[in-house]
Design a protein around this ligand. Structure first.
Ligand code: UD1
Ligand code: CA
Length: 453
């Protein structure tokens, strides 16, 4: 049976008090709607149909070709939103899964269970329910003695007795498509002037057709985001879920409540994450690493057996056995090869530090290439910006850059050369040469006897 998903995301999200469309607010680092799209992918290979309205342009731009778009120009209710998809989908699918895009915790597996329930249901629809102490404005579920659903009562229409019902409508349904299109055309407008998708239940029941409901095992899946309080709840629940999956895969989180790991981040086994560590965006961490405390890594790749303490890495590529920090900053295009040591108060941007490079203290390296085993003395700096343009610095292998050397780019330092403390290098230094002073001058050739350890 062919299954297609429709995700509703046209509502304004007024209670978020935001200029950003609700479904673009991030949960565990990704727009809420991305989580809904991922769940949808768990149930159908067909590209989901996303109903957009408020902030449609912004949503389209962010979601791109992950969805097909249906515009609901006026938000006349959840039933009306689904009606807009008829032109695109009528006759194209057997089953329709409809879910609200503001439920980021809902799992693909759960939607799959919902589809299976509907496949076994002689009636036209099945839906998800949850039992919760706090009804949060959700529709109440009335069951019949045989367990099928008798009705969904929206809170505004519920009697005091009905309000006390703790089984709630989650907002995810699986319909027989042909039945749904016909039923939607018969929906009556609610006292609030809206067409409720939930009223399709009454239409099925009136026709004597069974409506099935399955109860969520994990009530957190039903968190729907209407306010920023719900957003924080959803974010926390999603992060807890992510952290558990990393722990089960062999990652140690010293304090799981203080590790902030975005959806999509990968971490190898035997890595230890100390508290107050943030792993954001498209970050990949190898095995056997130790990160934190107090570390932020965004859109970076870190190889196996690295150590990063109290540091910030953004857009960086760090190979294996690298030690960073405390108090180091890697910016976009920083590439630290295997075995690099980068100590405290260093900054690296758009530069490659070759294997085994040591940069212990107080250095800025920008737009530079540094060969293997070179030592960057304390306080050495690439002066890469002349006020107008950025220039490159190239340092060879096995070089010794003395403390407080200023490398005035564009400039090159040859293999095995050395600079004296405080040198201001504004001309290229050939290989095997000692240069000192301001401006730096070559004072002699170096030989094997000068080799630093
Ligand atoms: C809805 C359900 C309620 C359920 C609750 C769970 C209805 C009538 N009620 O109520 O039974 O317990 O969700 O969270 O369906 N949307 C549109 N176009 C519209 C209206 C809404 O796309 O015209 C979208 C919204 O963007 C949102 C979703 O549909 O993603 C749900 O709408 P919302 O107004 O939040 O419904 P609830 O009142 O929460
Ligand atoms: Ca809602």
């Amino acid at each position: 049976m062919k299954v297609t998903t429709i995700l509703l995301a046209a509502g304004q999200g007024t209670r978020m008090k935001s200029s950003l469309p609700k479904v673009l607010h991030p949960v565990a680092g990704q727009p809420m709607v991305f989580h809904a799209l991922k769940a949808a992918a768990g149930v159908s290979g067909e590209k989901p149909a996303l109903v957009v309205g408020h902030g449609a342009e912004a949503v389209r731009e962010r979601v791109g070709d992950q969805a097909r778009y249906i515009l609901q120009e006026r938000q006349l209710g959840t039933g009306h939103a689904v009606m807009q998809a008829e032109t695109l989908l009528a006759g194209k699918t057997d089953l329709l899964v409809v879910a609200y895009a503001d439920m980021p915790l809902l799992r693909g597996e759960t939607l799959r269970r919902l589809v299976e329930t509907q496949q076994a249901n002689p009636g036209p629809l099945s839906l998800l329910t949850v039992i919760a102490g706090d009804p949060r404005g959700f529709g109440r579920i009335l069951r019949r003695p045989d367990g099928t659903v008798a009705a969904i009562i929206e809170e505004a229409q519920a009697t005091a007795e009905q309000r006390a019902i703790s089984e709630l409508n989650v907002g995810a349904y699986c319909f027989s498509a042909a039945w749904l299109w016909e039923a939607l055309s018969r929906l009556a407008v609610s006292p609030k002037g809206e067409y409720y998708l939930t009223d399709t239940v009454a239409l099925a029941v009136a026709a004597g057709l069974p409506v099935q409901a399955i109860l969520l095992d994990d009530a957190l899946e039903a968190i729907g985001v209407n306010t920023r309080i719900h957003l924080a709840e959803a974010d926390q629940a999603m992060r807890a879920r992510i952290n558990q999956s990393h722990m089960l895969a062999g990652v140690t989180l010293v304090d799981p409540r203080a590790a902030y790991i975005d959806a999509g981040v990968t971490i190898g086994p035997d890595t230890v994450i100390w508290p107050n560590t943030y792993l954001h965006g498209g970050t990949a961490i190898g095995r056997g690493c130790e990160l934190g405390p107090d570390t932020l890594v965004r859109d970076s790749k870190v190889g196996d057996n690295c150590r990063v303490l109290k540091s910030v890495l953004e857009g960086a590529w760090v190979e294996e056995r690298v030690e960073i920090g405390p108090f180091a900053r890697l910016r976009k295009g920083a590439h630290l090869c295997a075995g690099v040591h980068m100590g405290n108060f260093g900054e690296v941007k758009e530069s490659t530090l070759g294997p085994g490079v040591k940069m212990g203290h107080f250095s800025y390296i920008g737009d530079a290439t540094i060969g293997a085993e070179t030592n960057i003395g304390a306080g050495a700096i690439t002066c890469n910006f002349d006020g107008k343009q950025k220039h490159a610095t190239t340092i060879g292998t096995d070089v010794f850059i003395g403390s407080d050397t200023m490398l005035v780019a564009p400039v090159q330092v040859g293999d095995r050369s050395r600079t004296g403390a405080g040198a201001v290098v504004n001309k290229d230094i050939p290989p095997d040469t000692l240069a000192v002073g301001v401006p730096a001058r070559a004072i002699r050739k170096l030989d094997q006897g000068d080799k630093h350890e």
